[in-house]
Every structure is written in C-alpha cells, then in structure tokens.
Design a protein around this ligand. Structure first.
Ligand SMILES: NC(=O)c1ccc[n+]([C@@H]2O[C@H](COP(=O)([O-])OP(=O)(O)OC[C@H]3O[C@@H](n4cnc5c(N)ncnc54)[C@H](O)[C@@H]3O)[C@@H](O)[C@H]2O)c1
Length: 448
C-alpha cells in the first residue's frame, strides 16, 4: 500500500461492516468507516467493540492507526473511492427486504465523481439494476458477504469464494474490488450484478433448506425409532451431501436466514412465481421451534406453573446476536403455556434482557436450573459440554433435559440422572425414565 493510495470506505459499522473495516485495515489499507449511530462511533473511537465476535476486538485494536470511525459521510467520500455498503436490510411487514437504509446511502453519494458503490448488504436481485437506473453514471459492484457470525473474522480472511458482480461499463470498478480481495486467496467469481445478488440469496436459502430437511428427517426418526445423528452421519459421508448443516435441532435463527429466505420467497412471489419449496422450509422452521414445548409436555403434562430453565439464548454460539433467536419464540411459547422461564447465556444476556424482560436471568447454568422442572439446551455454547451435569440434576425439581441442539452425549447425561430428550434421537429401551437423580413422579416414560 502506498501512503497516497485511496482509503477504503465502509458504510454501516455493524457485524459485517466492522469485520470488513478491521480486516481491510489488517491487510494494510487505510479505512474510513461511517455509521449513523453516534454512540457506536464514539465507543469505537474509545476502542470499544460493541459486538461479541472472536478475534475482532484484537484486530480493531491492532489496526487502530489505520481505522477512522466517523459519522460524517463526507470523510469517506473525500478519502475513499470504493465505498462498501454494509447497512442493515431488515424485513418489512410484507417480508420483503427493507432497502430504506441502502437508499439513504445512495442519496448521500455525489452526482459526479469516480466513487464506486460496492454492495455488501444482502439485497433482492434487481436492486443493483434499479440503483444504476436511478443513478446514471454511478459505478456499482455487487459483492455479497458470506461470513458467519461466531467465525466472521476467520471467514472474511479465508473466504471459500468472493463473488463480484458488475454490469457493462463497470468492469474496471469490479477489477479494483477483485484486487482488494486478491491477497485473501479465495476463488473470485466474476459475474453480472443480478447473478451475484442471487448467489447470496440462493446460498442462504439452500443452507436453510438443508437444516429444515434434516429437522423433518429428525421428526420422522422419532416416529420410527431411528436416531437422526446416526442418519446424518451416514448421509454426510456421501460427498455429494456433506456433513455441514445436517445437525437436527430446534430450527435456524439469526439475522440472515429467516429474513433472507422470506425475502427470496417474497421476491419470487412479486414476480408471480410461487416458491413452494422455500415456503415449506420456512414453515418447517417455525414449527420446529415449537416442538420443544410438546416434548416438555410429554414428560411434565401441562406446563402451567412449571419452571423451565433455558441454557443459551443467542441464536448460535460465539455471538451475542439475538436477532431471530429460537430462544425468543421458545420463551414466549413457554410463558404462553403458563411456565416460569429462567435463563442463562454466557455472553448474550444483556441483549437478551431487553428482548425478554419477563425472563429471569441467572449468572450461571447452575443458578438457572435451581429448582427447575426441566432444562432446555437452546444454544450449544462449548461450556455446556463441560458442565457437571450430575450436580445440576441434584439441584433440579425434575431432572429433565431437552437438548435442542443434539449437543450432548445422551448416555453420560442419563447416567448423571437426567431424563434426556434430543431432537430425533432414539429413546432408551423401555422409555427414558429418569435415573438416580429423579425426584419427581411426574416424569413419564412415553416413547419418542
Ligand atoms: N450479520 C451477518 O452475519 C451477515 C452476513 C452476511 C451478510 N449480512 C448482510 O449484511 C448487511 C448488514 O448486516 P449486519 O448484521 O452487519 O447489520 P447491523 O445491523 O449489525 O449493522 C448495520 C449498521 O449500519 C448502520 N447504518 C444504518 N443506516 C445507515 C446509514 N444510512 N449510513 C451509515 N450507517 C448506517 C447501523 O447503524 C448499523 O450500525 C445486511 O444486509 C445483512 O443481511 C449479514
């Protein structure tokens, strides 16, 4: 990098924007990162990283000298040519993506100049075309982001592929984006804008389909006495299938899959095409979140007045992101059924408290399960694999565990005194009666 090469502009400093800014800085670029959230920018300027993302705080701190955080779009326009748009695109009531923040960014770009708008926000196919028609002369590149929260820095720095979409006239701009990514080594897929936009939506829809598929297989396994973890192991060894996203559980959540699947379904619907498969994928996921309630009722009967402990609230481990977390639906359903809900999450508790004001938060797993009639493992935080489950069983009114992520090995958990229920896992011969730690006659041995 030469001292006078232009800075990289990043607009929107959330999960994607902050990771993008920190990683480009780590590659040696000056980065000007803009956000409308004054408190967030002030915090970042004090060195405070507002999200839990492994390795990110270190990266931001190590590259502080190359990172400028500002609320002034003019700073980025002055110093950067490539402007990476990383603003949020949440769902509207109709399920379509809300592009108001993207439009707000486009409105701030000057009529003339050599700026390139690089779209990293997930937008419906056709968005780039619309922006280009509205802003004749604006160079536009689609560069969708595929990072996963929990391993975002790693994913950004070691991408499977980098998709770069540009239409006629913007080849140079696309080349400049490709140059920026070249040191990362992932395969660069150069294509047109609409196809790049569709790669992102189709990838998320496909992964969501895999999850809903294995969840439906799990539900059938429960009916026929098979074990979905064995089934997935056998399936995944087929290289055409693979092991990824074949773990049955209580459904996907997070800031991307729910909104992006719905947005693609709506996008298809808006063109008159009914995307039946994706419609089913979304419905299966919604129902899956609720199946835990039935599992608890199977053992406890009516949940009125029962105390249920949730272990993990974040939508996945290694993040404090609570957007569309399965725990939100589950807690609401349990409370709707009259249960008292207590919870513990290693890092998401603060964000979760705002969203779940009537859930009692505890500062450890042991405190959460105290006197509980059941515990539900909602998020597979590694520390839950290290718990002294026998000690936990002895603190509970009824040592019943629903493992919503099939995270634990059932045998030691049963030996620790629990009645164990996974998702699509085989029940033990003669029913899964609670062992030595059981203290309640309410635990029934209904077959799965
Ligand atoms: N989070 C992920 O794992 C992930 C992965 C891939 C793609 N994406 C996509 O990337 C986009 C961003 O997602 P995110 O999770 O980082 O969102 P986020 O909500 O964490 O961050 C968005 C940021 O943009 C800022 N912002 C909003 N309007 C602005 C404006 N006009 N100017 C400047 N800043 C503005 C917000 O204040 C916020 O800080 C979304 O389209 C999302 O679908 C997210």
């Amino acid at each position: 990098m030469t001292a006078d090469s232009p800075a990289v502009g990043v607009i929107g400093v959330g999960w994607v924007g902050l990771v993008t800014a920190a990683c480009f800085a780590d590659l040696g670029h000056e980065v000007v990162a803009v956000d409308v959230d004054v408190a967030k920018v002030e915090g970042l300027n004090r060195g405070e990283v507002p999200i839990h993302e492994p390795g990110l705080a270190e990266l931001v701190s190590r590259n502080a000298g190359r990172l400028t955080f500002t609320t002034e779009m003019g700073d980025a326009l002055e110093r950067a040519r490539l402007l990476f748009c990383c603003v949020d695109t949440p769902p509207t009531y109709s399920g379509d993506a809300d592009l108001s923040r993207v439009r707000a960014v486009v409105d701030r770009l000057p009529e003339r100049g050599d700026h390139v708008l690089v779209m990293k926000s997930t937008v419906p196919a056709g968005t780039g075309d619309t922006i280009r028609r509205q802003r004749d002369g604006l160079a536009y590149v689609s560069c969708p982001e595929f990072l996963k929260e929990g391993s975002a820095v790693e994913d950004f720095l070691h991408p499977d592929r980098v998709v770069i979409g540009a239409d006629a006239g913007d080849e140079d701009a696309a080349g400049a984006v490709a140059d920026l990514y070249a040191p990362l080594g992932g395969e660069i897929v150069r294509t047109d804008v609409a196809s790049a936009e569709m790669v992102k939506l189709a990838s998320n829809a496909f992964l969501a389909t895999k999850i809903s598929f294995i969840n439906e297989i799990a539900n059938v396994c429960e009916e026929v006495g098979a074990d979905v973890t064995e089934v997935a192991r056998g399936m995944g060894l087929d290289r055409r299938i693979g092991h990824h996203f074949l773990r049955a559980g209580i459904g996907y959540g997070g800031s991307c899959f729910p909104k992006d699947t719905t947005a693609l379904k709506q996008l298809a619907g808006n063109t008159g095409y009914h995307f039946q498969l994706l419609t089913a994928v979304i419905e299966v996921n919604e129902l899956q979140k609720r199946r835990v309630v039935g599992k608890l009722e199977k053992h406890l009967g009516a949940l009125e007045g029962r105390r249920v402990a949730l272990l993990g609230l974040a939508f996945k481990p290694d993040t404090d992101d609570m957007r569309e977390a399965s725990s939100l639906v589950l807690a609401a359903r349990l409370q709707g059924a009259g249960a008292e809900v207590v919870a513990y999450d290693p890092v998401a508790q603060e964000r979760a408290s705002e969203l779940l004001p009537s859930v009692e938060m505890r500062d450890s797993a042991a405190a959460a399960v105290e006197a509980a009639d059941a515990v539900v493992l909602v998020t597979e935080w590694p520390e839950f694999g290290e718990l002294d489950w026998a000690a936990l069983a002895s603190r509970m009114a009824t040592p019943l565990l629903v493992d919503g992520r099939n995270f634990l090995d059932p045998d030691p958990i049963r030996k620790a005194g629990f009645t164990y229920e996974g998702i699509g896992r085989r029940q033990v011969e003669g029913g899964d009666a609670a062992g030595g730690g059981a203290r309640s006659a309410d635990v029934t041995d209904a077959p799965a």
